[in-house]
Design a protein around this ligand. Sequence first.
Ligand code: AVI
Length: 341
Amino acid sequence: MFGAEAGGGLMRTPMRALRPVKRPRFEYYDFHPKLEDLRSQVLSGLVGSPKWLAPKFFYDERGSDLFSEICALPEYYLTRAELGLLRERSGEISEYFQESCVIIEYGCGSSEKIHLLLEAAQGCRAYAAVDISKQPLLKLAEGLSQLHPSLEIMALCADFMAPFPLPLNGHGRLKKIAFFPGSSIGNFDPAQAIQFLSNVALEVGKDGGLLIGVDLKKDPKILHAAYNDARGTTARFNKNILARINRECGANFNLDRFSHRAFYNEEAGRIEMHLVSQEDQEVSVNGTAIRFAKGESLHTENSYKYHVEEFQGLAAKAGWNPRRCWTDSQNRMSLHYLQAR
Ligand code: AVI
């Protein structure tokens, strides 16, 4: 299943091309959830109490662009700290990537991170990227195919919380190492995180690996600033979920009637993001009337933070042994290498 639409991946060369153009190659597989699934999941979160939406719905094209902007914000230390670890500890990280292997990345936010890892991972023969958002996935696959022309690249558009086949094109017998950067594991609650990590352990098999970035518990003021940036980018990212629902689920949310709220819930060890209704109002979603009282909250995201040992304990419940953990000099972010039992 080759992706003819994949950014020129395997498109025919136009007849008028005078000199050969180096065309990147990668394979594209589409397991994207259907629009009806999005509509029914959105509605079931909005009719309940308290109201909630799954954070995976943030990532339409605009949401993915806004998230890239967040990653560059001065307050959002996560990306910089993790990139620093990938750069400064590349020698030590590379020890786990000597053997011939295939790297499977779940959620491909930043091409810079996987590029750094591929530079260090001498044994890597193939790379599979899995993401729910098609355009950023294609952009990443195309960019990497130019930077690493000898690498076999597979791009899979899928919701990785649900089961999907992982086509590894003859690389299935190589050692498998998963890569899950950016503390995206924090967007699952602990039970979901154990479920996801167990699925990944099954996917990579015994002695397979996982390199995972996990945001650390820290001074709540630093956390608060990271999710309440001065430029309001996180607020725009949060509200964009409503614009997406308007477009894709036939809804009529007025974004100005909701405000962004993010705070650290110390007891639960997580940042919570909400959209708070500024007035009593009724919104129509695909013909269903949804009432909001003034001050009522729509919960859009949790972002759990973990101490190193706390995360290792969680991973152990999902079949992983800790092998190595790196943290940055300010103790903000951790990067773990785990081995499946
Ligand atoms: C993708 N994920 C790890 C980000 C986080 O920090 O939880 C999403 C995000 N939400 C607000 N800012 C960034």
